[in-house]
Design a protein around this ligand. Structure first.
Ligand code: HEC
Length: 154
């Protein structure tokens, strides 16, 4: 007689692994996206999430503007304050649904951008060196443009 039960165990294990991998792919790696006509991936958000996401983006640009101005005026108080508005503290307000919809690559770029602004705020306060801030800004901006060339929202 064939020992069917142990085999069944392996088959179930295999099926569960496939399902778990598919779910991990969908929710962690791929996110909720479709390919846009311009070749980028459209992240599919609902209306309030989209409004939140784009508002965050405009805040990024406002911060960049104030930081750039702060460098010109050598004003570390302005730089630290602007960087803090878009630091990791900002993540507390992210609607819970968005994180599952963002592809892993986008999530990583978003988180590293917020962290880089945290570091800038700390360095503005502790080092007060505008050349250092400028080089930090120049390290952040390529992440903005890289993400924009890969993703849009819909
Ligand atoms: C995680 C990826 C990602 C990162 C990092 C990112 N952006 Fe964006 N940003 C987007 C996407 C996606 C859009 C929507 C573009 C579209 O739909 O065409 C967007 C849109 C914008 C907009 C337009 C907002 C609006 O109301 O239409 C601005 C301004 C902007 N980003 C600034 C920035 C700046 C400045 C940075 C860096 C400090 C940055 N973004 C970093 C993904 C990103």
């Amino acid at each position: 007689m064939t020992p069917i039960l142990p085999k069944l165990g392996w088959i179930l294990f295999f099926i569960m692994t496939v399902i778990a991998s598919a779910l991990a792919y969908k929710f962690i790696l791929k996110g909720d996206v479709e390919i846009a006509p311009d070749g980028r991936s459209s992240i599919l958000l609902d209306e309030p999430e989209r409004a939140f996401f784009l508002n965050e983006m405009r805040n990024f640009l406002i911060a960049v503007q104030k930081i750039s101005e702060g460098i010109e005026k050598d004003d570390m108080v302005q730089i630290a304050a602007a960087a803090k508005t878009v630091g990791s503290g900002d993540l507390a307000h992210v609607p819970p649904g968005i994180m599952g919809k963002l592809p892993l690559v986008a999530k990583k770029m978003g988180l590293s951008t917020h962290k880089a602004f945290d570091q800038m705020a700390m360095d503005a306060e502790s080092l007060g060196d505008k050349d250092h801030i400028l080089s930090q800004l120049n390290q952040i901006l390529p992440t903005c443009t890289a993400c924009h060339s890969l993703y849009k929202v819909k």
